[in-house]
Design a protein around this ligand. Structure first.
Ligand SMILES: [Zn+2]
Length: 114
């Protein structure tokens, strides 16, 4: 099995957020010279914390409804996208636009679209 060791700013990693008291995907905000993650940011509460590798576990038993652009999403909801996989709504940008955190990075998605 291939282990991903090289990360970029903006990549997603799972980490426990102390502020939210919840495990969730965080965004890499700083890296060391060797490409190791040093700090990550929680997309929900925007707190920046030191990355701790190996402290996470994946919550795979959560049910994710398929992504539906006609549906109105709220921050914190999860969805399953046909291409990108499981995602979590991190922010509602405009009434019909939202940011969704997928396994690799955040993508801007349409919602509440009639
Ligand atoms: Zn948080």
């Amino acid at each position: 099995m291939e282990v991903k060791t090289v990360f970029k700013i903006g990549d997603r990693v799972d980490q426990m957020c102390i502020t939210c008291n919840e495990e969730r995907g965080h965004i890499v905000v700083s890296l060391s010279k060797t490409g190791r993650i040093t700090r990550v940011s929680c997309p929900m509460c925007a707190s920046r914390v030191t990355y701790r590798a190996g402290t996470t576990r994946r919550a795979s038993n959560e049910f994710c409804a398929p992504y539906d652009r006609g549906r109105t999403y709220r921050k914190g909801q999860t969805l399953m996208h046909a291409t990108f996989g499981e995602g979590e709504v991190t922010a509602i940008i405009e009434p019909q636009k939202m940011d969704v955190l997928f396994a690799d990075r955040i993508r801007r998605m349409i919602h509440a679209h009639s």
